[in-house]
Design a protein around this ligand. Structure first.
Ligand code: F0G
Length: 460
């Protein structure tokens, strides 16, 4: 036997439905070509995000029934604390309502002066926003290979540590607040960071006395890539790899909506430093809630504690990463240009190569998102110049390093048959790609415009 299937059987189903083509055209027009403004009922296969969209296991649902809803000292909080000690070997944990809640609570205690830099491989957009809200400046040091979608590289989420160190020397230590490693690196295509690179980043951090934090939303997927691609890790368990990764950091922020497979929740983990824990605790109370629930109900904390274990199950991870790779390989075989190798949570279609006749100012990846919805009722999301926005000083549209359409796969939700439908739809668009037009704004909000903007195809 050479085949294996999903390491689960399905106990509950939710109906989905493909509305007719004319209705899809009407819905897209009504949504101003913006997938965030579509009604989910008008979507057949929803690949907008892998965040909070996973299917919980029977173990997680069972755990919810024993949630302790006490305001203080909830038993369910201690379940998370034990899981975090066991998996990450961290002493302190603060629950938050989601990842950006963790950023909001923690960052004021890491950014001490205005205009201090936060060094990252590639910061996620809410992370950038919270750095800026605290007077800091986010800056990215991901390796150049990350932007060459056709180049084979096992760890495209890695830091260019030489360039980062040169920057630190040039600016001076006091201009740097901390280093944040996003693993996997969402914005580069769900690309992993190697253990060797993490070690090199730690060395730089030690040399200049800088705190090192991990954005741990997709920690388990990153560990899986280390196990399967980095020499010396094949025989280690995911938990051993996770421990080794996190031993190199001072703490983590986590959106638990990804690898911990809950629909809502987040965490701050702190390895040993009690004073950071105390500082963050005092900010948690007014913003998120008391430190033993921080924005979550007891039952949600139970699901999260169980989900941290679900997320590091090797059978699950092999199937999960395998499904994303399956989609990527099928598309590549049909000539569709994608970020290569395929990342952990999504296939990133290279819209610059797919639609070379559309300029960044006319948002090629967003145009492709619209076409995919029209063709197959499939909802994807743009990660390119539309997301990047305008230069706040000059008002000029900024041009992104890559124009991606992200096909984000929810965890344990769709089968490979759904992936086949996505391949079928996108291959049909590939055949008629020359006829696709770029987009222009009919309404452009001032902040976080991609969520609420409205667009229309440009005149020929
Ligand atoms: N960090 C990373 C790497 C993320 O991908 C996200 C969210 C966050 C932080 C913020 O977490 O949403 O729980 O507040 N990413 C989602 C996405 C929204 O679609 O990629 P949150």
């Amino acid at each position: 036997m050479t085949l294996t299937a999903e390491p689960y059987k399905i106990k509950m189903v939710e109906s989905i439905h493909l509305i007719p083509k004319e209705e899809r055209a009407r819905a897209l027009l009504a949504a101003g070509y913006n997938p965030f403004l579509l009604k989910s009922e008008d979507v057949y296969i929803d690949l907008l995000t892998d965040s909070g969209t996973g299917a919980m296991s029977d173990r997680q649902w069972a755990a919810m029934m024993v949630g302790d809803e006490s305001y203080a000292g909830s038993r369910s909080f201690f379940r998370i604390k034990e899981a975090v000690k066991d998996i990450f070997d961290y002493d302190y944990v603060i629950p938050t309502h989601q990842g950006r809640g963790a950023e909001q609570v923690l960052f004021p205690h890491l950014i001490h002066k205005k205009d201090q830099y936060v060094l990252g491989n590639m910061h996620f957009d809410t992370t950038m926003a919270h750095i800026e809200l605290n007077g800091g400046i986010p800056i990215n040091f991901v390796i150049e290979e990350a932007f060459d979608t056709q180049m084979e590289h096992p760890f495209k989420g890695n830091f260019d540590t030489e360039r980062m160190e040169a920057f630190i020397l040039n600016q001076g230590r006091d201009k740097i607040a901390f280093i944040l490693v996003t693993a996997t690196c969402n914005s580069a295509g769900g690309q992993p960071v190697s253990m060797a690179n993490l070690r090199a980043v730690r060395q730089v951090a030690d040399k200049y006395g800088l705190p090192l934090w991990i954005d741990a939303a997709r920690y388990a997927e990153n560990a899986w890539f280390i196990k399967s691609r980095e020499q010396g890790y094949q025989n280690k368990t995911i938990k051993e790899i996770v421990r080794e990764m996190f031993a190199m950091a001072d703490g983590f922020t986590m959106s638990a909506k990804k690898d911990a497979i809950v629909n809502m929740g987040g965490l701050i983990g702190i390895r040993r430093d009690e004073s950071t824990f105390q500082n963050a605790s005092s900010t948690c109370v007014p913003f998120e809630g008391f430190i033993t629930y921080g924005g979550m109900s007891g039952r949600d904390m139970e699901a999260l504690a169980a989900g941290l274990y679900d997320g590091i199950d090797p059978d699950y991870l092999e199937n999960r990463i395998g499904q994303v790779a399956y989609l990527g390989h099928q598309l590549r075989e049909r000539g569709v240009p994608i970020q290569w190798p395929v990342g952990g949570h999504a296939v990133f279609v290279d819209a610059k190569k797919f639609l070379p006749h559309i300029s960044p100012e006319q948002f090629p990846a967003q145009a492709l998102v619209g076409e995919l919805y029209l063709e197959g009722g499939i909802r994807a999301v743009e990660v390119g110049s539309l997301l990047l926005g305008r230069n706040p000083q000059t008002g000029k549209q900024r041009v992104a390093d890559a124009e991606f359409m992200r096909l984000t796969i929810p965890r344990r939700v769709y089968t490979n048959r759904h992936m086949d439908v996505v391949v079928d739809a996108l291959s049909a668009i590939w055949q008629r790609r020359e006829n696709i037009r770029g987009l222009e704004f009919s309404y452009e909000p001032k902040v976080l415009r991609h969520f609420l903007c409205r667009l229309q195809p440009v005149e020929r």
